[in-house]
Write a protein that binds this ligand. Structure first.
Ligand SMILES: *Cc1c(COP(=O)(O)O)cnc(C)c1O
Length: 514
């Protein structure tokens, strides 16, 4: 008998007792599924085809002789396996997803409809350019609006995510210094930066120097100025920063970095907060990635495709990666090389032109909102975040005073002496039916809880979320029952996992039992 319902892996789901309280391991209609390899039965097939005719191999002895090692399954088994997994997943379409720094907003269905249109969904990047004029026009149109919204002169469309966009921006900065024959070695990064910023600078061969924050959560200008010198290639600043605060001195920072011949890279992942209100081009930014999958909706997370176009200033535009869409008299073509005097494109970031499906969704989102709608996105995102901040501020401490931008940040100081941690609150929120907020980031705040509601949530959703958080924090502060929290999540398909063991000794390969 095929053991579908029951988890048979040792230690897979057997912690606690409630999962074992049914014969199958299922909990009502929340169905368990073993690893797909465990379900395979030799000889079972999903398709019924004749054996292929013997043909002479053209691989000259390189053909595979042993089995591929994939499980043998029927089609319904495969379908059920993935549907069951998908039902254990949490998604923005199922509930509130307040993950700070991620901008998990609703993805309008009109975007999906546009992306699935035959003329867009069924084309291939290897098609002759004459047959994909509409697609190139769409990329050009989106590029136009990205430049308009940010007030920048050029945009590289191909980067595949935010971090990839950072790489693109820093490579352009290095190419610009190289063209001037300058060997600069340091990049300055504020303490509160997303981990991808220092990682990018290091990958490009720069020494990363951290700049501390002031008591108000902004980058310390004096410390920044003290670190400047002719060997500084640039600064990587997030604005609004990862504490959910606008860097008030951003123009001063731009002037200072330019005064030593460096460039200003702005991490634009939080553009959602300033859309239609502030243009990075007016703030002296030289390069900034835009996470289309955050600011302009488009699905993300779970390893889905992101898209991180990089807008560039006049100074960096000539070094941008290829290809570029060029329009001449209504005809679109792809420019594969950019050269202006000594300046020259640093090359390619990826095959083809970027994440076409995300481009379509982002443009649909922009056009369906219009300029007034885009501005309202930022206003509502900031309003919602402040609604949460004020709704919790008598129970949780905000480490920085005043209004926030698109996300509300709290520390764990009011949980001190309760035996309950930020992690415990997050796990208990799973029982309440929420994807937890971002925890322990930014690193500059002890026990950080970073909550980003986005603009697409209703007041009722925010009220229920605030109520749930208040319930748990009050429980932590008054009940003296840390055991309640240690047990959480009690109602999730999986209990609390040993995250340290999972990171230190991951099991990456399934081996059939002897
Ligand atoms: C999300 C994010 C990134 C990275 O973007 P990815 O698309 O996940 O690579 C970088 N910086 C900040 C501040 C972010 O929020």
């Amino acid at each position: 008998m095929l053991n579908v319902g029951r988890p048979s892996r040792p230690g897979a789901v057997t912690q606690g007792h409630d999962l074992e309280s049914t014969y199958t391991g299922n909990k009502a209609l929340n169905l368990e599924t073993p690893l797909i390899f465990e379900q395979g039965v030799k000889g079972r097939v999903g398709v019924d085809m004749r054996d292929p005719k013997e043909v002479k191999s053209r691989l000259g002895g390189l053909e595979r002789n042993e089995e591929v090692g994939l499980p043998d399954l029927s089609e319904p088994q495969v379908v059920r396996h993935y549907v069951r997994l998908s039902r254990q997943n949490y998604s923005i379409d199922a509930g509130f997803y307040p993950l700070g720094s991620c901008t998990m907003k609703h993805n309008p269905r009109i975007n999906e409809k546009a992306a699935r249109m035959k003329g867009l969904g069924d084309i291939h990047p290897m098609q002759p350019v004459s047959t994909v004029q509409g697609a190139l026009a769409l990329i050009d149109d989106l590029a136009h609006w990205l430049k308009t919204i940010t007030g920048m002169s050029a945009v590289a469309m191909s980067p595949a995510a935010g971090a990839h966009g950072e790489l693109c921006g820093i490579m352009a900065i290095r190419a610009a210094h190289d063209a001037k024959g300058e060997q600069r070695t340091r990049i300055l990064v504020p303490e509160s930066a997303h981990g991808t910023n220092p990682a990018t600078a290091a990958l490009c061969g720069y020494k990363v120097e951290s700049v501390p924050a002031r008591a108000d959560g902004r980058m310390d200008l004096d410390a920044f100025e003290a670190k400047l010198g002719p060997d500084v290639a640039g600064v990587m600043l997030t604005n609004p920063n990862t504490c959910g605060l606008f860097e008030n001195d951003v123009k001063k920072i731009a002037d200072l970095i330019h005064s030593v011949g460096g460039y200003f890279y702005c991490d634009g992942a939080n553009l959602n907060a300033i859309l239609g209100r502030t243009r990075p081009g007016d703030l002296g930014v030289d390069a900034m990635h835009i996470n289309l999958h955050k600011t302009f909706s488009t699905p993300h997370g779970g390893g889905g495709p992101g898209s991180g176009p990089v807008v560039l200033s006049d100074a960096l535009a000539p070094y941008a990666p290829v290809p570029f869409v060029v329009e001449e008299g209504g005809n679109y073509s792809l420019q594969e090389q950019v050269e202006e005097g000594a300046a020259k494109s640093f090359g390619r970031m990826k095959t083809f032109h970027g994440q076409m499906g995300m481009f379509i969704r982002a443009l649909a989102y922009m056009l369906s909102h219009g300029s007034d709608g885009l501005r309202q996105i930022a206003e509502d995102a900031v309003l919602n975040a402040n609604y949460i901040r004020v709704g919790l501020d008598d129970l949780l401490n905000s480490p920085f005073e005043g209004v926030c931008m698109h996300e509300a940040l709290f520390d764990d100081s009011t949980l001190k002496d309760t035996g309950v941690t930020t992690l415990d609150i997050a796990k208990a929120m799973i029982d309440e039916g929420y994807h937890p907020m971002t925890m322990y980031f930014p690193l500059v705040v002890h026990g950080a809880m970073l909550i980003e509601p986005t603009e697409s949530e209703t007041k009722e959703t925010l009220d229920l979320f605030i109520g749930s958080m208040r319930h748990l924090i009050e429980k932590a502060q008054t009940s003296n029952d840390p055991e309640f929290f240690v047990q959480a999540p009690k109602f999730a398909p999986r209990k609390r996992l040993d995250e340290t063991a999972a990171a230190r000794s991951p099991i990456l390969r399934w081996t059939a039992p002897e």
